[in-house]
Design a protein around this ligand. Structure first.
Ligand code: AMP
Ligand code: ZN
Ligand code: FE
Ligand code: FE
Length: 284
């Protein structure tokens, strides 16, 4: 039976926000699909930071296991100097501009990582790019969490959290903001590939005005269900989405052991929400 014609529609749950070893998650794409099935989820969108490489193995594996998969990504961008994460859904995995944009994101990150490593060197923390690649050979996107993991492995800090608290966190001594791409460009690229653009975890912004301002751009939706967001916050974003005629989305932001307090499926969307987002590029 087609998964979407299941008469037991009320039990349908899809997690639309999770990360694999292709970015900073600890499970590889097959393992995350296995876990989704074990957890009783009906569908998944993998949203790695700035890469869709997970889909190379996730697509054939989801087909083999008859598991429903939608296309997803989480782009790191900037709006008025604030870092903003954009979720893209239901885009084509074949679109050239989209894939080139992912490559440009990787290149930007390589430069930024080097600047971070240079700052660490000045504090006698000797980490090279090859150390990053050696510890994270499956990752297409490398960033601060990967640098933090190498710092732990080499004994410079005890935990990833400590690496962020002492060196890598926003505005700490070795923080480098970099020059992220503008939000508007990411939205355009997602649209060009036939997809829909959502603002990720809006409650995470200290300045709620940024969310309202950035929503003047041509977004398709707001990530209303997220992690352990208090219900009143979720309701607030749902109300705003309705008022603006936008779609809603939701997911856990599961990273595996990299963020052990978050479990896959902790936040999810129902069938109605899932089908409102995924119209064209479902893998089944
Ligand atoms: P980057 O994209 O390289 O700037 O890294 C951002 C990622 O680092 C976020 O998606 C988080 O997963 C992680 N991160 C940010 N701040 C912290 C923190 N204080 N502790 C642990 N992880 C963090
Ligand atoms: Zn992450
Ligand atoms: Fe994010
Ligand atoms: Fe995320």
């Amino acid at each position: 039976m087609h998964p979407l014609s299941d008469p037991n529609v009320s039990s349908f749950r899809a997690d639309l926000h999770c990360h694999t070893t292709c970015s900073d998650g600890s499970l590889d794409p097959k393992e995350i699909i296995d876990l989704a099935i074990e957890t009783g989820l009906n569908a998944l969108a993998i949203t790695d930071h700035d890469t869709v490489d997970a889909y190379k193995s996730a697509v054939p594996y989801a087909q083999e296991r008859k598991f429903l998969l939608g296309t997803g990504v989480e782009f790191s961008c900037e709006f008025k100097k604030a870092s903003v994460h954009i979720l893209g859904y239901d885009f084509s995995l074949e679109n050239r501009s989209f894939l080139e944009y992912c490559t440009r994101q990787q290149e930007k990150r390589l430069h930024r990582n080097q600047e971070i490593l240079d700052k660490l060197h000045k504090l006698h923390i000797a980490i090279e790019e090859k150390d990053l690649l050696a510890l994270h050979h499956k990752a297409s996107t490398l960033g601060r969490p990967h640098i933090a993991a190498v710092m732990v492995a080499k004994g410079y800090v005890k935990t990833i959290q400590e690496a962020f608290q002492l060196y890598l966190g926003d505005n700490k001594s070795c923080y480098v903001a970099g020059t992220p791409f503008p939000v508007a460009e990411a939205i355009d690229i997602i649209h060009e590939a036939g997809g829909k653009a959502f603002i990720a975890h809006p409650h995470m912004y200290d300045n709620a005005n940024i969310v309202r301002e950035v929503l003047s751009l041509p977004f398709d939706g707001i990530e209303c269900h997220y992690g352990r967001t208090p219900p009143e916050r979720t309701k607030r974003w749902q109300k705003l989405a309705k008022h603006k005629g936008l779609l809603i989305s939701g997911g856990s932001d599961f990273h595996g052991s990299a963020k052990p307090h978050i479990s896959l499926g902790q936040s999810w969307v129902n069938q109605e929400v899932f089908t409102s987002i995924f119209e064209r590029n479902l893998i089944q």
